[in-house]
Design a binder for this molecule. Structure first.
Ligand code: SF4
Ligand code: SF4
Length: 172
């Protein structure tokens, strides 16, 4: 199937032809009632990420203002092919990216108070990346909150794996 061959690590909005074709095929695929099960998994994933939000926010609020090498570069702002599957499972669409911002410039979604995207809808790499100082701060904070965060974090990984596995099983 054409969609299967397009969904790989090379997919980028910078190749407009493949990108637009992929979005079109995803839109068609997600019209099928068979994909409703995927929506359920994606919604559970959103809920799980929301449960982590407060804990992450409390920690980034302390650590990030001191940062001299902010990680939010524009190259991280784009959905990859797996993010697209998640976003379309939710019935949402990818933003219309424009190439006017360099990869190493500040991310197009960053503002004075941090990322403007809801955490659950950020590219997944943004939700699993934690720099050394941030991890240290989390680990040295209240243990109960940290353990809860780790458990939910693992849930998000499992849900995402399930979502992608079920999606690829459906379209192959
Ligand atoms: S997560 Fe780490 S690298 Fe990124 S802005 Fe915060 S302190 Fe800096
Ligand atoms: S967390 Fe938000 S601001 Fe930072 S790289 Fe990701 S999308 Fe951009």
């Amino acid at each position: 199937m054409e969609l299967l061959s397009l969904l790989n690590n090379n997919l980028s909005f910078k190749n407009r032809t493949d990108w637009d074709k992929t979005l079109l095929l995803l839109e068609e695929t997600f019209k099928s009632p068979e994909t409703l099960k995927l929506k359920g998994i994606a919604l559970s994933l959103v809920e799980a990420v929301r449960l982590m939000d407060g804990f992450i926010q409390e920690n980034t609020a302390v650590v990030c203002p001191e940062c001299v090498k902010v990680c939010c570069k524009n190259k991280h702002s784009y959905y990859d092919h797996e993010d697209l599957i998640f976003i379309y499972s939710l019935g949402k669409k990818a933003p219309r990216y424009e190439p006017e911002i360099d990869d190493d410039d500040a991310c197009r979604f960053i503002a004075a108070n941090g990322c403007t995207l809801e955490r659950a809808l950020r590219p997944f790499r943004c939700n699993w990346y934690f720099c050394g100082p941030l991890i240290k701060h989390m680990e040295e904070g209240p243990q109960k909150a940290y353990r809860r965060f780790i458990a939910i974090f693992h849930d998000t990984i499992d849900l995402r794996r399930r979502l992608l596995g079920d999606f690829f099983a459906l379209i192959k």
